[in-house]
Design a protein around this ligand. Structure first.
Ligand code: ADP
Ligand code: MG
Ligand code: MG
Length: 892
């Protein structure tokens, strides 16, 4: 293996080997852009070092050879006393990792060569400034000395000299500072600052290797799901100097606005400065546009290069550059990060510029960006810039939430019951906070990251959450929140939190609906001249997605209102209509009568009373989805859910008995509740089992569906009902239900003289059903994978319990990167889906296959369902655009 590549040997596709930075430096070099010469030590070398604890012997030789070649080319040797070659040692992994160590600049300077640098540049001040920077960066990142020690000493020097910024320090002052910095190194490490340039370089390389396994880097990788075995590359790059006076400087730029996607000149420039100064905010930068006045030639060249890069990468790029005495140097580029809105706008702009085609545009955006754009937000025009921002945390779950500050769950519940909107503020949350979190508009914590309890649970609930706002002090005893600068938020004061940016504001910030939702709702039109640019872009990309996707997208909707919204959002039918809510409210009493019925007669009467009510619901639903399929699932949950709570009822009966006025009905109810009580109701009498045990229940529902369809047909409608049987484990269950169903349907068809064209299928949500799918398909017109229950039963996880209890620990330990209820577990649950789909189709090639459950609207899962050949996914109405987009991306 070859461990070292000259910049002229790599290219942008070698990110795995050379890291992002190295691969792109090579690419820029190949494009003929001005890149300071250098070479890259591969990630393979890093891995070899990390595996054995020692750098491979061959690496030292290869580095020596490349260094010699570099010295030859530059006409000077690393650290040469009279004219030193200086280099930077820069980390750079395949994926950019802010948690890693940074870069060490000016390697090669020593007590001796600093004089050489001064003489060569004719600038004493510059040479000492570079040297003090080397000791500072080296001390911090390589020797592990607390950066504060250097920073404080620098501050003292400035104060002593009456200097406001570091450029005001004279050569003399900097020379003294170097002595002080060297003393810090000796004190802290027990040895002198290394004077041998090659030793400096080797130590820096080793420190970069080691930083791959630093705790910050490991944590970052777990959170971002980056594998731990990639290793980092190390770039050795000859120095160019932005700190050589006013005709020098350094800057960062974007080829277009990463916030809006607009083309233009975006970036910051800092005169007479080196590398990190721009981002560190040491001095005030000027907008990039001002460079034109400072150095027109460099500015024009930079604009030219930015255009070259955009055309080459066919995407927004961000860049780092340095100007040394009027000569421009490119130090970094990469395809830049962008906001969700910019991603959509840039993708369509690039199509218009002819740089990418529509399929590529689709790949450049994703469903989670679209989902972000659909949350309500703080009103940009309406004062969010002037709002009183008091803190900043991790954007853990998107949305904008406003409410009164409460500091415990009890208060959150109490206040929200009386109609107040509240924000639950905790240092961190735990399972006891669940009800409080449910009651709150949003959740704010001062501790914990993206996998903390608050973050995981809030995302699961779809609640806005900002977590880990560390500079905010949560005082639960005094019930207040203390912000830096002395501002205090007391219980009851209004706060606003932005789960998309992590910002926390005191007071009420106005919230507006997302223009993208306004568009999907049909209240905003993409065709209008003054239409929002973002809306136009979303409209176009959705059109591409719809054109290419194979998966159809249906909605989970139980009522006409949800169905209508789903249709506006592009649903092509209903994939899951749950019928349980049709048994709630005032109809509960009828269900109680059904359960308590002693005689055949009583039961029939109860069912008879329920029939027209159900029928009415279905008529409305079929009407709102006229012409599109509607899958109705027969009753699924255990019956006890429709009865009073066992404890409450027991207390009521006991009290009544003690007063000797126990009511007959309550006594019977209590008996029934006891009879139906189950230790594990989710594994008990529910789904098809109910239908087989309670005579007449399913036939009543089937009759209601058939009558409703007949009624719609008679009225000129086009109902397309599909009857779905839940929780089937064996084909025998399905056969029994089918026999009864066909009888009822025939009856209705004959009475009404119509052909209803009803189909009957089943959910596949038990492992046994998946394993015997070939048999089950003999009796089913369609399968709908119920991946929520399937996940519960395959993993033996109760979703209601485990997400709040031990999932946080599992996520932290990296057992999963994401909850299997959020994204389908492809290897386990997914492989059952795949094999059941194959077995089903082997029996019945025209078997219709779909999925209902949360996964139907999850981007990664949608790709999986596309790949295993399902016909449709079904998800909640709000997720439909996301599913459409991802189905398109899967096919593009
Ligand atoms: P990061 O990944 O943190 O951006 P970099 O390796 O890009 O770290 O370097 C940090 C800063 O130092 C950047 O501003 C970069 O442009 C600058 N820099 C790195 N190498 C050199 C060099 N050889 N000459 C001048 N500036 C450099
Ligand atoms: Mg950089
Ligand atoms: Mg289910």
């Amino acid at each position: 293996t070859k461990y070292v590549y000259d910049f002229s040997e790599g290219n942008k596709d070698l990110k795995g080997l050379l890291g992002g930075k190295g691969a792109n430096l090579a690419e820029m070099n190949n494009l003929g852009l001005p890149v300071p010469p250098g070479f890259t030590i591969t990630t393979e070398a890093c891995k070899a070092y990390l595996d054995s604890g020692e750098a491979p012997a061959q690496l030292r030789d290869e580095v020596s050879a490349h260094l010699s070649a570099l010295e030859e080319r530059m006409g000077k040797k690393l650290g040469q006393a009279d004219d030193p070659l200086l280099v930077s040692v820069r980390s750079g992994a395949k994926f950019s990792m802010p948690g890693m160590m940074d870069t060490v600049l000016n390697i090669g300077l020593s007590d001796e060569s600093v004089h050489g640098l001064a003489a060569q540049s004719g600038d004493e001040r510059f040479a000492w400034d570079s040297y003090r920077r080397l000791i500072q960066m080296f001390g911090d990142t390589v020797l592990g000395i607390h950066g504060e020690r250097f920073a404080e000493t620098l501050e003292e020097a400035k104060t002593a000299r009456g200097a406001t910024t570091d450029v005001d320090l004279s050569a003399e002052a900097l020379k003294e500072l170097v002595t002080k910095f060297k003393n810090i190194v000796s004190e802290e490490t027990g040895r002198d600052f290394p004077q041998d340039p090659r030793e400096q370089m080797d130590l820096a390389v080793r420190a970069v290797f080691d930083s791959w396994n630093g705790s910050r880097a490991r944590l970052y990788r777990r959170q971002e799901r980056i594998p731990h075995d990639l290793g980092t590359a190390v770039n050795i790059c000859s120095m160019v100097f932005g700190n050589l006076g006013p005709d020098s400087g350094t800057g960062v730029a974007f080829t277009r606005d990463p916030a809006s996607g607009q083309q233009g000149v975006y970036g910051d420039y800092l005169q007479n400065a080196q590398g990190e100064d721009v981002v560190a905010g040491i001095r005030n930068t000027v907008p990039l546009a001002d460079l034109e006045a400072l150095d027109k030639a460099s500015y024009d060249q930079l604009m030219q290069i930015m255009e070259t890069l955009e055309n080459h990468y066919r995407d927004l790029c961000d860049i780092e550059f340095t100007i040394e005495r009027g000569k421009l140097w490119m130090l970094q580029t990469r395809v830049g990060k962008r906001t969700a809105a910019a991603a959509f706008r840039i993708a369509t702009q690039l199509v218009d510029q002819g740089l990418i085609d529509e399929a590529e545009a689709l790949r450049r955006v994703n469903g989670s960006q679209l989902a972000q754009l659909m949350f309500p937000r703080f009103d940009a025009g309406g004062g969010v810039e002037n709002a009183d921002q008091i803190g900043w945390g991790i954007a853990a779950s998107p949305g904008a939430a406003v409410g009164k500050a409460v500091f415990d769950s009890y208060t959150a519940i109490k206040w929200s019951r009386s109609g107040e909107k509240v924000i639950l503020i905790r240092r961190e949350t735990n399972p006891d906070d669940l009800d409080g979190m449910l009651a709150a508009e949003g959740i704010l914590t001062s501790r914990g990251g993206k996998t903390s309890h608050a973050a995981v649970v809030a995302r699961g609930m779809g609640k806005t959450c900002v977590c880990g706002a560390e500079e905010l002090e949560v005082d639960t005893k005094r019930r207040c929140l203390k912000a830096p600068g002395g501002k205090v938020v007391e219980e009851g004061d209004v706060v606003s939190i932005d789960g998309s940016t992590g910002k926390v504001y005191a007071g009420e910030v106005p919230v507006v609906p997302s223009p993208v939702v306004e568009y999907f709702e049909g209240r905003m039109h993409a065709g209008a001249d003054d239409a929002d640019e973002l809306v136009k872009a979303v409209h176009r990309i959705m059109a591409y997605a719809d054109r290419v996707r194979r998966l159809r997208v249906r909605a989970n909707a139980d009522n006409a209102e949800d169905a209508a919204r789903a249709r506006r959002f592009g649903a092509q039918g209903i994939g899951l209509c749950r019928t349980e809510h049709m048994f709630l409210g005032e109809r509960r009493e009828l269900v109680e009568r059904l359960i308590l019925a002693d005689t055949e007669e009583e039961r029939k009467r109860a069912l008879h009373a329920l029939l027209p009510l159900q029928q009415g619901d279905f008529v409305e639903l079929f009407e709102s989805m006229d012409g599109l399929p509607v899958t109705v699932r027969l009753l699924d949950p255990p019956l006890h859910e429709f009865l009073p709570d066992i404890t409450e009822l027991s207390v009521r009966v006991a009290l009544a008995e003690s007063r000797k006025d126990a009511n007959e009905n309550d006594l019977r109810l209590l008996q029934a509740v006891h009879r139906l009580h189950e230790q594990n109701p989710m594994l008990g009498l529910r789904g098809v089992r109910l239908g087989l045990v309670i005579p007449g229940l399913f036939t009543m529902q089937i009759r209601a569906i058939a009558e409703a369809a007949a009624e719609r047909k008679a009225g000129g409608g086009d109902p397309r009902a599909e009857i779905m049987i839940p929780l089937v484990g064996t084909v025998q269950e399905l056969e029994l239900v089918r026999e009864e169903a066909e009888e009822v349907i025939n009856e209705v068809e004959q009475e009404r003289g119509v052909d209803l064209g009803l189909s009957l299928g089943t959910m596949i949500e038990l492992p046994r059903a998946a394993l015997t799918a070939g048999q089950i398909a003999e009796c089913a017109d369609f399968f709908s994978f119920g991946t929520n229950d399937l996940t519960q039963t395959v993993w033996a996880f109760s979703r209601d319990d485990v997400e709040a209890s031990f999932f946080t620990a599992y996520l932290e330990k990296g057992i999963f990167g994401v909850s299997p209820f959020e994204t389908i577990d492809k290897d386990g649950v997914g492989s059952l889906v795949r094999s059941a789909a194959e077995a089903g189709r082997a029996t019945r090639p025209d078997l219709k296959l779909g999925v209902c459950g949360e996964h139907g609207g999850d981007p990664e899962s949608v790709h999986f369902f596309h790949e295993v050949g399902l016909d449709y996914v079904s998800c909640s109405p709000f997720r439909i655009p996301v599913a459409r987009l991802e189905a398109g991306r899967a096919a593009a």
